[in-house]
Design a protein around this ligand. Structure first.
Ligand SMILES: NC(=O)c1ccc[n+]([C@@H]2O[C@H](COP(=O)([O-])OP(=O)(O)OC[C@H]3O[C@@H](n4cnc5c(N)ncnc54)[C@H](O)[C@@H]3O)[C@@H](O)[C@H]2O)c1
Length: 298
């Protein structure tokens, strides 16, 4: 059995849904858990301490160790301080807190954009930024960021949500590069699960096989000290787990120095967008290969 004895986990938005399931699983495997949740509505308004407290009660009743935190992730530094004050260390961070404010872009207000940014992206940044020095010092850390298919693939009415959800993977990838030498691994999940958020678009019956608990085993594995995966992006839900990667077409090398440069692009469009020959750059170095070739292997 994989255990987390001695480890301290901070899970944001853990009062219900996916965060609650992650907290219960990690606690049941020996992690001491900070259960953070502001207790907002599904649209990110209001505050209610009771969902987070009831998760803490549930963990304690099962013999686990947990402490409640009701701050907004926007005050991420304070949440990490609370973890350190209470448990003296921080090992695992699951950035999970979030909400939806779905609206067609032409009707989106500045607040619809800013409020989503504050919680999904800025909140995650502030938490990791505060925890990072400790993780570096102890030579160990695991971070899981929660993205969404809405950002990876695009979905109507979710320009705000999709932007910040994909930006979280934008944060994961360079953090993974920076964290590697210090044994800090950072990954992203794009979950699909029954929660009050998905119940707005699907019925309880449709969502029945998609219990939040079925996402948490992947989160736990990515948090485990024996898991070497870092910088990855995973789709997960209902027992399905898959890894995503970048695919680049074979591309075209064109002489764009003449007056017909635009026409050359148009003519080569079939080749540029043809994926029958492709590669899968696994990092910045591999991604730069075509340009390095043009620079004469510099
Ligand atoms: N359920 C899905 O299928 C799905 C799909 C893709 C992404 N996600 C993402 O997974 C995460 C969890 O979603 P869920 O479906 O469990 O929803 P949920 O509404 O059940 O849980 C989200 C929790 O985040 C909390 N929260 C909101 N703003 C907060 C803040 N400022 N500070 C602290 N806590 C805050 C809420 O109070 C709530 O308890 C979210 O980031 C969501 O965007 C979920």
């Amino acid at each position: 059995m994989l255990h987390f004895d001695g480890k301290v986990a901070l899970i944001t938005g853990a009062g219900r849904g996916l965060g609650r399931a992650h907290a219960l699983l990690l606690a049941s495997r020996g992690a001491r858990v900070v259960v953070n949740d502001l207790g907002t509505s599904g649209a990110g308004t209001g505050a209610d301490a009771s969902p987070a407290q009831s998760v803490v009660d549930e963990i304690r009743a099962a013999g686990g160790e947990a402490v409640v935190n009701g701050d907004s992730v926007v005050d991420g530094g304070r949440i990490v301080e609370a973890a350190l004050d209470h448990f003296g260390r921080i090992d695992l961070v699951v950035n999970n807190a979030g909400f939806l404010r779905d609206v067609a872009f032409h009707k989106m207000t500045a607040a619809d954009w800013d409020d989503l940014y504050q919680v999904h992206l800025l909140g995650a940044f502030r938490i990791v930024h505060a925890a990072w020095p400790r993780m570096r010092e102890q030579g160990y850390g695991r971070v899981v960021n929660t993205s969404s298919a809405a950002g990876i693939y695009g979905n109507f009415g979710q320009v705000n949500y999709g932007s910040f959800k994909l930006a979280l993977h934008g944060m994961t990838q360079p953090l993974a590069v920076e964290g590697k030498a210090k044994n800090i691994h950072v990954n992203t999940i794009a979950p699909a699960a029954d929660s009050r958020l998905t119940r707005t678009v699907m019925t309880a019956e449709q969502l029945a096989p998609m219990r939040a608990e079925l996402v948490s085993p992947l989160v736990a594995w990515l948090c485990h000290e024996t898991c070497t995966e870092t910088g990855g992006l995973f789709e997960v839900g209902g027992g399905f787990i898959a890894k995503l990667r970048w695919e680049r077409s074979g591309g075209a090398y064109l002489d764009l120095t003449g007056g017909n440069a635009v026409e050359q692009v148009a003519e080569a469009w079939g080749t540029i967008t043809d994926f029958s020959k492709c590669d899968h750059p696994a990092g910045f170095g591999e991604a730069m290969a075509p340009f390095v070739k043009l620079m004469g292997g510099a």
